[in-house]
Design a protein around this ligand. Sequence first.
Ligand SMILES: Nc1nc2c(ncn2[C@@H]2O[C@H](COP(=O)(O)OP(=O)(O)OP(=O)(O)O)[C@@H](O)[C@H]2O)c(=O)[nH]1
Ligand SMILES: [Mg+2]
Length: 460
Amino acid sequence: MTPTRADSVDTICALASGHARSSLALIRVAGPHAHSIGADLLDPAPDRPGAHETRFRLTDTLSVPCTALRADAPASYSADDTLELAVPGNPRLIERVLARIRDAGVRDATPGEFTARAYLAGKLTLEQAEGVGALVAATSQDEREAAERLLSGAAGDQHRSWEHALVDLLALVEAGIDFTDQEDVVPIAPIDLRARLQGLGREIAAELGSHAGQAATEAEPRCVLAGAPSAGKSTLFNALLGRERSVTDEAPGTTRDLIDEPLDLSGVMPGTPHGSLVVRLIDPAGLDDAPTDGSTQARAQRLAHNAIRECPIVIWCDPTGRFDAELPEAAAAQRVVIRARTKSDAALDDAADASALRVCALDGHNLGSLRRAIAQAAWSATHGISPLRALPRHRDTLTRTREAIEASIALVNADAHALDQPELVADALRDAANAIGTLTGRLDPDDVIGRVFATFCVGK
Ligand SMILES: Nc1nc2c(ncn2[C@@H]2O[C@H](COP(=O)(O)OP(=O)(O)OP(=O)(O)O)[C@@H](O)[C@H]2O)c(=O)[nH]1
Ligand SMILES: [Mg+2]
């Protein structure tokens, strides 16, 4: 459905410079009557586009200096005739100027209305419009970068390419439904469909900054201790927690289960706002070339490998300091690996990596630095590794898309010649395509536009 401008013919006004005190205030008036209002209230009236030094008439006898910027439709931000009035930033004066404009029949703009008009006039895509809102609301560099990415359209291109990929796969699956009686016609082999869906799921997960099997925003990012048996992981785990939670022993192979405890790092990292910062610290079995059968040993290895693959933060423990073993590959794009040379009280190997953090769990040497390194990594994992975190609507939508993709993957038996339940797979793919369609603009305007612009402040 194409949005219309039917409801945007009023002339609207707002204080565009926000309510913080400043020497100048900017009042924006946009709509079909903007220029006639300029003719009534400005002396002299701006007669052509551009900046004009003029005066704003408060009463018949009283006026204040005003710089008026005139733009004519459609060559303005919202595509309306527009006047932007810079007047002295005195709050009482601003109120009087606005009151005069309202008396002339202009109504107050609703939050985001100028940008909504720009969107409805086709001057901005929905994502760019959201970029404006996010830029206005941005409080950190990460958020600003995210907003700029939306404004530049880069995020939209990515979402459209995912949408096209989903719609292509949906078409192939639907084609297969039409050929169910002809066994040799398989538009897409289940194994290929599955691989392509998994690829898409991974890309979306990376954009979300999440990790396989995790929610997009992990309130308590997981942090795993990785290393060879007897590297001192459990001793370090206990030292970080400040209590004896995990069994330690000089014999290798002591830990088998994943032992998992919250570690409170609130206030550990200087310069971050107050608030809680908690990670889930995980102590797994030491990495070993264990048999791959069903033995306890093999199961412990599988658990450890999976945890290390999926955790956004890994503390790599190596008492030799060489770090020459290979860590299990990360499941997602972003993973922070902190190298800790454990048992630093023992003699240092010549080949040791000098950049690793030397820690001793027995006497507490450098545990403060290790806590800070974990806090730093946890902070990035929860705040803005992904630019999309700035925009809850995008995050939620991509999460829904990804869940629908996961649901479709679960229905695909990769070993089969053809899909067992093509209708169900098609339904799940349609859900995924519809979800991402609300980001790319194929959406119900009432539903989405309302939500997008409601988050704006008045005047933008
Ligand atoms: N000298 C010294 N010994 C340590 C240190 N940390 C741990 N150890 C000893 O190293 C041995 C193994 O420690 P664990 O913490 O059980 O090692 P782990 O990595 O959990 O071992 P697995 O669970 O078998 O993989 C124990 O005897 C600990 O007392 C340390 O900082 N210095
Ligand atoms: Mg252990």
